[in-house]
Design a protein around this ligand. Sequence first.
Ligand code: FES
Length: 569
Amino acid sequence: MRSHDWFKRGGLHGFIYRSWVYNGGLTRESLDGRPVIGIANSWSELTPCNRNLRQLADLVKQGVIEAGGLPLEFPVMSLGETLMRPTAMMFRNLSAMAIEETIRANPMDAVVLLTGCDKTTPAAMMGAASAGLPSILLSAGPMTKSFHNGAPISVTQMWKFSEERRAGRMSDEEFAEIELKLNASEGHCPIMGTASTMASLVEILGLSLPGNAAAPATSAERRRLAVETGKAAVLAARSDEGIASYCDRRSLQNAIVLLSALGGSTNAVIHLIAFARRIGIQLTVDDFDKLSDAVPNLANIEPSGHFAMEDYYRAGGTSVVINELIKGSLVDGTSRNFLGHSLSSLYASSGTPDQKVIFSVDQPYKNTKSIAVVRGNLAPMGAIVKVSAASKELLEHEGPAYVFDNVDVMRRAMADPNFDVPDDTVLVLRNCGPKGYPGMAEVANMPLPKKVLERGVRDMVRVSDARMSGSAFGTVVLHVSPEASSGGPLSLVETGDRIRLSLHSRSIDLLVDEAILDKRRAELQSFSSDRSVGGYRELYAQFVNEAADGADFSFLVHQRPVSLPLDNH
Ligand code: FES
């Protein structure tokens, strides 16, 4: 046990390591050599989606103790999607770095990662992957359903309610009433947004126990899962296998297939690429396009479908989907989890699709491809289109660009009731990528001009180097790489230029002569300015990779040895 190098030491070193830990009331038996399980808790009152992790941590501890281990909980930087500015994404790498180094610096033999809100999960996955200790993840679980006028409502409809209000079809009073009702319980967003998508992906990657994704935050099953996770962590500590020892390219391919079958969040593309590269696997955006080609959509869940995570849970959740994908030979069931068990053995008795919320491979919910990658002179490194959330008729489209240089300019224009553009316009929002925003805001699904909405138009092609919330919808070409702030071609577009999107040919092109683009490029360079601001923001801007490369820091893209640090006294 790695922890023995601290707690089983003789002399003054051992005295110091043990004596200070005893101040919590631990007995000598607690430090008799049993596995020490760290519990990395992203609980925070500033992260409402992770609010129940305080209670879940106690249940994980119960499981660790029942299995003969010693639990030691520690706080990690929490990333609340709704409150953090400029974006929670800007801090994903910082949190990952803190988790990695806290694990490495301390006497633990395995770690349980408690996460929930969107970025807390990939941060924990990336940090734990680089640290190399046995690691198990437990999610907060989704909120229960909320209702308005007797009908279920969710975060997905929030965008639609906002558009209805702007179009004058919903009163301010009703909008305020929904604000109070929307988030009905503890837990993360109750749709297949980024949090639920990532919670599903950790299941198929083998990083969590089966059932992690769907059990509601407030359910007895979520609490039992916490106890079982604690017990499993003790077993994992004895097996001493870090993520890289079982999570391989097969596992990541399985995760891409699941992402596609769920119609999951586009944010997962960035997070999976970053995670894979932490364990030495060169995943690319093209893997997502290729592997999702033959995968039907099996889950009728918002935002791509109609139901909530609570309905999905009752239908069997991600376990049923994984089992169905294994049976349909779309997922490799020989992939292993953190205890060395194959996916086939873990999910064989997961039940069958109800053909209402979860569908079979033979009779899928939709045959629509979930995520596609487009390239062209506007996005040489690629850009993402969430096909399942787009309007089919706009996926082959050519129109004039209207360019917003940044999000403030865009918001001001959209707030102006007289702002108008032709209906076939391609709205372009730039300087919102990893470096540009900074932190790659979820603003790619920009609202439509009020005038356009009043004419009954509900979707337009939008192109941006930003991300889009997992709960958002629309024909949005996002994650354009390289980003405008790195000098990518998006920085060369001018209002009135024509842009052509073709899903069929997987292309996004700016229809402007190369000679004109070269001239614009030369002029642009003369305006480049020093963006140094100091602190973490400067570190971020200096080292963050393009979205197509996972937006990780260039100096973190690897696993680092979990070797024991030197004594500190
Ligand atoms: Fe936290 Fe949606 S805002 S999961």
